[in-house]
Design a protein around this ligand. Structure first.
Ligand SMILES: Cc1cc2nc3c(=O)[nH]c(=O)nc-3n(C[C@H](O)[C@H](O)[C@H](O)COP(=O)(O)O)c2cc1C
Length: 423
């Protein structure tokens, strides 16, 4: 399967495209076009494109922007979420290693559309090369007159700043991110008020993912209808970065139409399950999405189709597990991450996730009893919908699907009094 390359147009192994190369391939044409329109027109095009946020939750970008008081005077902020600490997710890194100007241009257009002249890029501490690429791109854009005061005579001024995260998964949750940007402890904020009303420094703020913002200039250049038609599904819009990992022959990040079948990703782009083994399961969209099994291989990798089969598109970081994998151990491994990364603000997350670890560890080492399964289900109920943010909710995804899809395997651990995969 071939796909239009928008976001990865300038991607070459080991190289970064800076201003010269970016301009040669149509860079900043989207910005020039946006400046021929009203900010409201730009927002309308983004809405019509049906772009949905690429950070995990899939909220429609145009709708999110429609809540933003763009036309009201006063301080307003645009924040790019480049935290990307979800295990199995590395698409934003690939984009920023290849082509940082894409994010810079996307942010300037978005800042113009939202009339929010100050933008922050909140970036994962481990992504130092990406941060430096962005800093260089920002300097180049300013020198070329695409950033700064009265950009290209448009009357619009814009400044962008790179802010390195202190390095916790919770910092990627948008309200915890805002606290972190303000120099506070990164706990999530209670919503409402939503960031569009009271965000960074208590001012209206929009938070969007790297891939979301990098898609904006393509939508403006190509038009909403063209962007929508790039999808492989009727309900979808645009292309998507799919990061493959786990037990595949080839683990790479690919730009493909949103809605590409999971099977195409696994068999064609991933080269099939490694070592000639069989496909057992996958996380379709990062560590916080429910598992899928071989019976789901023909699902379209788009928001609605994945929800229909009990999972989520999330970040589209696809992690594959072969048939030698113990799903109890895999789930325990994921939950250890979430329990460690809980910020501790909400009791069900702070205490519930370590308790889930304790139960899964017990089952995995062969000391489990049947009541542990009910206890796990109980914990899932206690955690679901009882926290300020979605960290614990995400952690529940793999556990819930372990019990739904692999209950027999859990029971087998308990009956044998040992792990059938790691004797
Ligand atoms: C614990 C947690 C971590 C998150 N980490 C990220 C992240 O690293 N990058 C990201 O874009 N969104 C992350 N999100 C989602 C953000 O809260 C937010 O929905 C997103 O940045 C909005 O951008 P979008 O609408 O463009 O998708 C995270 C959410 C949670 C609950």
């Amino acid at each position: 399967m071939k796909s239009d390359q928008l976001l990865f147009k300038n991607r070459r192994p080991g190289e970064t495209t800076f201003l010269k190369g970016y301009l040669e391939t149509g860079g900043y044409e989207g910005l020039k076009k946006a400046f021929t329109m009203d900010p409201a027109q730009v927002r309308e095009i983004v809405k019509a494109s049906r772009l949905r946020g690429r950070g995990g939750a899939g909220f429609p970008t145009g709708m999110k922007w429609s809540f933003f008081p763009a036309d009201k005077p006063g301080e307003k902020y645009l924040v790019c979420n480049a935290d990307e600490m979800e295990p199995g997710t590395y698409k934003d890194r690939e984009l920023l290693l290849a082509d940082p100007h894409q994010l810079v241009e996307g942010m300037i257009i978005s800042a113009y559309a939202l009339q929010a002249p100050t933008g922050y890029i909140f970036i994962r501490y481990a992504y130092e090369r990406c941060a430096r690429n962005l800093e260089r791109a920002i300097i180049e854009a300013r020198e070329a007159g695409f950033l700064g005061k009265n950009i290209r005579g448009s009357g619009f001024s814009c400044e962008l700043f790179v802010h390195r995260s202190a390095g916790r998964y919770i910092c990627g949750e948008e309200t915890a991110l805002l606290n972190a940007l303000e120099g506070r402890r990164a706990n999530p904020r209670s919503k409402p008020p939503f960031p569009a009303v009271r965000g960074l420094f208590d001012k209206p703020t929009t938070v969007n993912n790297v891939e979301t913002l990098a898609s904006i200039q393509h939508i403006i250049t190509g038009g909403a209808a063209w962007f929508k038609d790039l999808a492989a599904t009727v309900e979808g819009a645009g292309t998507k970065l799919y990061g493959l990992s786990g037990h595949l022959e080839k683990t790479e990040c690919h730009e493909l139409p949103i809605g590409v079948p999971l099977r195409t990703l696994v068999e064609e782009f991933g080269g099939g399950v490694w070592k000639g083994r069989r496909f057992k399961a996958c996380l379709p969209g990062g560590a916080s999405t429910p598992y899928l099994t071989a019976e789901h291989l023909d699902v379209s990798m788009d928001f609605e189709p994945l929800e229909k089969v009990g999972s989520r598109l999330g970040t589209a970081g696809v992690t594959v597990f072969d048939d030698t994998t113990c799903m109890v151990e895999a789930t325990l491994n994921l939950n250890r991450f979430f329990a460690r990364e809980s910020c501790g603000w909400c009791t069900p997350c702070r205490d519930g996730l370590p308790f889930v670890n304790w139960i899964l560890e017990k089952i995995e080492r062969g000391d489990g009893v049947m009541e542990d399964i009910d206890m796990l289900r109980d914990q899932l109920r206690n955690i679901t919908g009882t926290t300020f943010c979605a960290l614990a909710q995400g952690a529940v995804g793999p556990i819930e699907s372990l019990l739904r899809l692999f209950e027999e395997e859990v029971v087998d651990h308990i009956k044998r009094g040992r792990c059938p995969f790691n004797p």
